[in-house]
Design a protein around this ligand. Sequence first.
Ligand code: PEP
Length: 307
Amino acid sequence: MAFITSGAAAVSGASLTARRAFTGAAVCPVPSGRTSPAAATWSMSAGGLRTFLVGGNWKCNLSKDAITSLCKELAAAPDLETDKVEVVLAPPTPYLDHTRSVLRQDFEVAAQNIWVGGPGAYTGETAAEMIKDVGCTWVILGHSERRNLPQIRESDDFIAQKTKTALSHGLKVMFCIGETLEEREEGRTLDVCVRQLHALAETIGADDWKDVVIAYEPVWAIGTGKIATPDQVEEVHEKIRHYLAGDVNDKVAQETRILYGGSVSPGNCNELAQLPDVDGFLVGGASLKASFLEVIESFKSDLAATV
Ligand code: PEP
């Protein structure tokens, strides 16, 4: 399925200071039978439309005591203005319940994975019902470590099915996509992102997208300290929105939040937050410290850039 053939499309040269109204020519071919995004017209004024979201993915890190300490430090910051920013932390599965009990109430809790089906004879798995039972409202699915680690290798279809399961149980989903370094160097960045998203678009209904947040995470930028440039980030985010307009619809293109992930830190978050199509971050390493609060504060840079 090669929906996009040119990975070498011109970089958008996005303004860092202004959201734009977009009336677009097609930059992102869509599967046959779907509407061309050439007709798409939507406002990019994200400030009021798409609430900034910062997710923290603790991966397979921390202990019960370390979580208690970190949550105490995170509690020191003032109450969130939840109409302006949402925060979601994803601890390892054994600590979901504990994290929910010690974490400030205005931060939400996500699981890092769920089982595709319901409870039953599935040794080692965790059902969506169980995640909800301990107070989780979100789940991260399709993270590149689960897509690409040779011991795991989750397929596009399996991730899409798990997303459907999560949504059907009222969980919201951070749906991760992104290309490897090899795929970027071969000019296949958009092919890969569209392939991963199309598997989901085929599996869930247009109304389900309201509970999906896309996290664009170039694999080569995760945990490496190599940050994608603002132009690289905006180019992909903008094209994801075009893709959504064509393969799903304009409303979903306009309303779906697209997070960036990959070595986001207090040092680089403010510049990235100003990008027109960046609606927040999914943060790994930098979410393990109290300075994560500075990344959360970058919602102010997003608002300031909104006209
Ligand atoms: C991640 O794992 O989703 C991630 C973005 O990690 P890091 O911020 O450490 O690159």
